[in-house]
Ligand binder design. Structure first.
Ligand code: NAD
Length: 349
């Protein structure tokens, strides 16, 4: 049995689906169902006998301890977080509560069950983090390696950096067998439409303007979510306790290049007279907007053999196709209906 936190979010739900498809091991999902948590992301696996759900807020230390005591997972994969940079600028407190205190609660409870189980050699605490903890790169700087100093610039990245440090300290001080992954921007199915790619898809399909921050020259590395999930499975399986693994797609793009590629794919899959490119508008830049992130993922490639399998264009096509084919999911998110989805399931049972 493994336990994930935040399994109703974008990456967590993709991970659970992959886990159930590719292993025989049960999985329990601990999620508070915040605005970003959508139980409908897992609609197709609700009936699996190997899937368990606990609606728990990781800010609640006693509740977290209770769930860990009950299931005694052999591994904990920590996805749950407040994850949207723009929200962190407007309302940073929730980011500190969940990303810092929530991680602290989990680490403490994980240490408790690990000690009870005689410090099992098999136990792992895998912390899912971001490349944003490293700060911003200049155009010609080498990509972030695991040795790059931490220089988080937004409330989101600062709170994730703090959580990375806690995880490291629980290893160094208490010996907890932890693994940390720092990944670049993910995209793919089930991503909440406040993030760049699904936001642009939805606005383009509605014929609305496509807002691009500043002059669109900020650079990010992009990784298809299934590749990220496979990297996490690899690190869980063969990663060295105490190690950090950077994960990336080797797909650096300016935001404008991303939007251009997306409008091209949309034009092929859902042609619009005049095309989608004319919808692009440049808007005021995000305060403190990091210029460039780039990931050097040679450590995970050399030591564990993981490499991305889906290139950016192929990933974009799969993503756009998914959003075109899953209009009900999108409509439920837009209308807020997704928040009642789980309740309706139980009523229907
Ligand atoms: P998301 O916002 O889609 O999902 C977060 C999930 O965590 C939701 O299901 C939400 O309900 C849950 N959650 C939030 N606060 C909680 C709390 N207090 N208690 C319990 N559950 C809570 O996020 P995501 O994009 O899937 O990201 C998952 C993890 O991966 C995060 O830790 C994020 O920092 C990291 N990450 C994301 C990206 C990316 O591009 N999305 C890249 C690198 C790393």
């Amino acid at each position: 049995m493994i336990l994930v936190t935040g399994g109703c979010g974008f990456i967590g739900s993709n991970f659970i689906r992959l886990w159930l498809a590719e292993t025989d091991e049960p999985i329990v999902n601990m999620d508070a169902l915040t605005y970003a948590g959508n139980a409908e992301n897992l609609a197709d696996i609700q009936q699996s006998e190997r899937y368990f759900f606990e609606q728990i807020d990781i800010r609640d230390a006693a509740a977290v301890a209770g769930v860990l005591e009950r299931y005694h997972p052999r591994a904990i994969l920590h996805f749950a977080a407040e994850s949207h940079v723009d929200r962190s600028i407007k309302e940073p407190e929730a980011f500190l509560q969940t990303n810092v205190m929530g991680t602290f609660n989990l680490l403490n409870s994980a240490l408790g069950i690990w000690n009870q189980d005689g410090q099992s050699e098999r136990f792992r605490f895998l912390h899912v983090s971001t490349d944003e903890v490293y700060g911003s790169l200049g155009r010609t700087d080498p990509a972030f390696s695991e040795k790059h100093p931490y220089q988080p610039n937004s409330p989101y990245s600062a709170s994730k950096a703090a959580s990375d440090h806690l995880v490291r300290a629980w290893h160094h001080t208490y010996g907890l067998p932890v693994l940390t992954t720092n990944c670049s921007n993910n995209y793919g199915p089930y991503q909440f439409p406040e993030k760049l790619i699904p936001l642009m898809i939805e606005r383009a399909l509605a014929g609305e303007t496509l807002p691009v921050y500043g002059d669109g020259s900020n650079v990010r590395d992009w990784l298809y979510v299934e590749d990220h999930c496979r990297a996490i499975m690899t690190v869980l399986d063969r990663g060295e306790p105490g190690e950090t693994y950077n994960i990336g797609g080797n797909e650096e793009r300016t935001n404008l290049e991303v939007v251009d590629a997306l409008t091209n794919v949309l034009q092929i899959l859902r042609p619009r007279s005049g095309g989608y490119r004319e919808l692009v508008r440049f808007v005021d830049d995000r305060p403190g907007h990091d210029k460039r992130y780039a990931i050097n993922a040679t450590h995970i490639a050399d030591t564990l053999g993981w490499r991305p399998e889906v290139d950016f264009r192929e990933g974009l096509i799969r993503t756009v196709e998914w959003y075109l084919e899953n209009r009900q999911w999108v409509e439920h998110v837009k209308s807020g209906e997704y928040r009642n989805w789980l309740e309706h399931q139980y009523r229907a049972d």
